[in-house]
Design a binder for this molecule. Structure first.
Ligand SMILES: CC(C)(COP(=O)(O)OP(=O)(O)OC[C@H]1O[C@@H](n2cnc3c(N)ncnc32)[C@H](O)[C@@H]1OP(=O)(O)O)[C@@H](O)C(=O)NCCC(=O)NCCS
Length: 150
């Protein structure tokens, strides 16, 4: 059985799923989420997760079809660790982020990229494997976004 502890206050949008049972066996299925969480529609948060306060994407933009892998060697319980997406980063449509990588602050991952290594802050990366082709400061259309996110 799973038990969900969702600290108040929180915002739970329609059709979000909280406490989904994972397919694999996990000893402690208690789910705890700290206060001030914002959980958007269609998010799925699994039982057994422990999440601190202020759960929300941190000015991060994930385009449709972004895939996030959480184990480098599939179904490996010992190597389960997802990527980290830093503040104000943007990830283009259909990009794939491999486990453990860090997408640096305000970086931009191009459409369809497969990110296998850390992306430096403010870098623009494209391709498979993703490689740096420039910086977000060189993208004229990004100005308003970068100014808004500081
Ligand atoms: C990566 C990106 C930001 C580059 O923007 P830009 O610098 O204005 O791009 P350019 O069109 O000048 O392309 C620069 C070069 O990178 C290549 N390139 C651009 N995007 C690429 C991508 N996603 N994958 C592979 N190569 C790409 C171009 O072919 C070009 O190569 P060339 O110089 O050999 O011709 C942009 O192409 C991109 O992928 N944006 C994400 C779009 C998206 O997913 N939006 C969300 C929709 S909901």
């Amino acid at each position: 059985m799973s038990e969900a502890q969702l600290a108040t206050p929180f915002q739970l949008d329609p059709r979000a799923v909280v406490g989904e049972l994972p397919g694999r066996k996990i000893a402690d299925l208690t789910l705890s989420i700290g206060p001030h969480a914002i959980i958007r529609s269609f998010s799925v948060i699994y039982a057994g997760s422990r999440i601190g306060a202020h759960l929300e994407e941190d000015d991060v933009f994930l385009a449709p079809g972004v895939m996030i892998a959480n184990d480098r060697h599939p179904i490996c319980r010992d190597c389960m660790r997802g990527p980290t997406i830093k503040r104000a980063a943007r990830v283009g449509i259909n990009a794939t982020l491999l486990p453990e990588i860090v997408v640096g602050e305000a970086a931009l991952v191009g459409a369809g990229a497969v990110v296998t290594r850390d992306v430096p802050p403010r870098a623009v990366v494209v391709g498979n494997p993703a490689r740096v082709i420039g910086t977000v400061d060189q993208l004229t259309h990004s100005r308003s976004y970068l100014e808004r996110t500081g």
